[in-house]
Design a protein around this ligand. Structure first.
Ligand code: AHR
Length: 617
């Protein structure tokens, strides 16, 4: 019999209320082609070849010989291209896979169009066989750009559906187009795909880190992420290429040259989404450096003022009165109330002296002007080594210049098991820790990595150590969040999806269990079996929550000894074979289940995560 002893009177720390959050980056088609509800790919004919060799402006539109793309008739400064269509043309959707419809589903279509004489544009949704499932017609009545909007209702369930546009009467010029189901998350216009957003909301994340990731850094100055490009009317946002076009993994038999950032999910949408799911926004901004994994371009120290001004304007956009410039823009977009921005990451995964000299300039200016905003610095991409040591050294000399430091770990499962007590010895006088990206990787070869229970179990074991230190390790989030099946540039990912299906991985369910059972006071907990990793917390209502992670292949009978008495015990467990995974066909193979608890000793299964709740009715 294993003894689990809990002293509810011996406080270890208050658990950080921000401990479990999410990290969203537009990688693996997680944004455009994923969470973003837009169904038209290359909606404004703005796709381009970053090397300037190929013409991609017609990409995802077919047949190409009925389309002439020109830059002689721009819609505005951001939409420089438009198309003349001479016959029926289809948009093939993201990754060329179209989209799905349900009978009765209503879609919102928008197009900027013009024609030299009176013409009619049919805009219909067709299924994979070319049969019409939602018809509509628009009168085009002028040679100047005009916005037309209409709703289409699908009469059938279908997969691989497409929007088809056909001019009647004469050729028609079209610029910006857009198609959304009205069934987005919370029914928002320009909203999020509902199933994916619901999976995120179900995690009850306390914060959301966004928009990246390497995408914030970009691969060139022009490719850097600037939040100002992402606000205002969607038809006024420029298209930027997605730096994840360039990863080697996807190039083997894959083509991601259609991976762009429409900025349809922009900073306004991120903030609203955070509010919708009850998460604190944690934007990450470019600190004047491109991706250090690659070009590592640096903005001159003397030119950082523009970058810092962008952060100041971001704070005004999020928190300013509506009579300020950026607060007014927020209000004009539909949100007069401030968003309550409190945390900002200065740079993503940065390291080296060139980072800290830039960080200091940001910190010196921003901290003086915004003492309530908490700045997050970076420890780079490793758990140890010169980059990490340099960050620790810088922090020990500049304790007051950062609220928290962002650590990233993509490591094998054993690393997570060996690092459960990593934070026990951290110097509490240093900035707090934000584990801004982590995931257990089952293989060093990215193509061979699995989203299996072995990885999730190791992450769960690691989190027991994090909870014990959550007075200092205040935030954590898994990465990346989304993977579009067969189009990913990176794996493992927390949630997988295709045009209309999605499933959560074992790691997702670990995140969910830990997040749902966070809070209160972490109390002293000890177990006689080293193969079972434990932590426990007492909630404000007196409920004792024990997290017990059995990393061994043996079941264990546990005798729970507490200081207080409880009259109700319930157990939620995930138990699986280490190689088990979820999939589209078996989405719930690994998931939490409530098991019977009779009181007295509790039996926990091999390779299991157990949430044992003890309460008084
Ligand atoms: O999560 C994938 C990538 O890993 C992130 O974009 C980057 O920050 C890290 O290198």
């Amino acid at each position: 019999m294993t003894e689990l002893r809990i002293n509810e009177n011996k406080k270890i720390c208050e658990m950080s209320p921000l401990l479990y959050g999410i990290f969203f980056e537009d990688i693996n088609y997680g944004g455009d082609g994923g969470l973003y509800g837009e169904l038209i790919a290359n909606r404004a004919f703005e796709y381009y070849d970053r090397d300037g060799k190929k013409d991609l402006h017609k990409m995802r539109w077919e047949p190409k010989d009925r389309i002439t793309v020109t830059d002689s008739c721009p819609l505005n400064e951001s939409q420089r291209y438009s198309a003349v269509i001479s016959g029926a043309v289809r948009n093939m959707g993201f990754c060329g896979e179209g989209f799905s419809t349900r009978a009765g589903e209503v879609f919102r279509f928008m197009v900027y169009a013009a024609s030299d004489k009176h013409a009619e544009l049919s805009a219909r949704i067709v299924n994979g066989n070319g049969e019409e499932v939602a018809p509509a017609k628009i009168d085009i009545d002028g040679a100047e750009w005009k916005k037309y909007e209409l709703e289409l209702t699908s009469c059938a369930d279908c997969k691989n559906a497409y929007i088809e546009l056909e001019p009647h009467g004469c050729d028609i010029r079209i610029a910006f187009t857009s198609l959304f189901s009205t069934d987005t998350y919370k029914g928002r216009k320009n909203g999020m795909r509902r199933d994916l957003a619901e999976l995120l909301a179900a995690l009850k994340p306390s914060f959301m880190r966004f928009p990246g990731g390497c995408i914030v850094e970009g691969r060139s100055f022009d490719n850097m992420y600037n939040w100002k490009d992402t606000v205002g009317a969607i038809e006024e946002r420029r298209t930027n290429w997605n730096r994840w076009q360039m990863e080697e993994y996807q190039q083997e038999g894959r083509d991601s040259s259609d991976y762009f950032q429409s900025y349809g999910i922009g900073f306004y949408e991120y903030f609203v989404f955070c509010e919708d799911i009850g998460a604190k926004p944690v934007p990450v901004i470019n600190c004047g450096m491109t991706c250090q994994w690659h070009e590592g371009l640096l903005v001159d120290m003397g030119e950082l003022d523009k970058w810092i001004k962008d952060v100041e304007d971001l704070i005004e956009f999020a928190n300013g009165n509506i009579d300020t410039k950026w607060g007014g823009i927020r209000a004009s977009m539909g949100h007069p109330e401030p968003f309550g921005l409190k945390y900002i990451g200065i740079g993503n995964e940065q390291w080296g002296n060139e980072y800290f000299e830039r960080y200091e300039v940001f910190a010196d200016k921003l901290m003086k002007k915004y003492p309530d905003i908490k700045l997050i610095t970076s420890a780079g991409w490793k758990d140890r080594g010169w980059e990490f040591d340099l960050a620790m050294d810088w922090m020990s000399r500049n304790k007051e210049k950062a609220y928290a430091v962002d650590e990233h770990f993509y490591k094998e499962p054993e690393w997570f098991l060996n690092n459960i007590s990593r934070y026990d010895g951290y110097d509490r006088s240093l900035p707090k820790v934000f584990i801004g990206e982590y995931a257990a990787h089952s293989d060093s070869d990215i193509k061979a990595r699995r989203c299996n229970w072995e990885c999730a179990l190791a992450e769960a074991a690691f989190l027991t150590g994090v909870e014990k230190n959550s007075g200092h390790v205040i935030m954590s989030c898994y990465a990346p969040l989304f993977g579009r099946a067969d189009h990913q540039q990176w794996q493992p990912d927390l949630i997988w999806f295709d045009t209309d299906r999605s499933y959560a991985t074992p790691s997702y369910y670990v995140q969910k269990l830990f997040s749902e059972n966070a809070g209160g006071t972490v109390v002293e907990t000890a177990i006689s079996d080293d193969g079972i990793k434990v932590t426990s917390n007492v909630m404000p209502d007196g409920t004792l929550i024990i997290k017990a992670v059995n990393i061994t292949g043996d079941a264990a009978e546990i005798d729970i000894k507490t200081e207080k008495t409880y009259d109700n015990i319930s157990i939620e467990e995930i138990a699986a074979d280490p190689k088990d995974e979820n999939s589209f066909d078996e989405p719930y193979k690994v998931r939490p289940r409530f098991v019977k608890a009779d009181g007295g000793a509790v039996t926990i299964k091999p390779y299991s995560v157990n949430i044992i709740r003890m309460e008084n009715k």
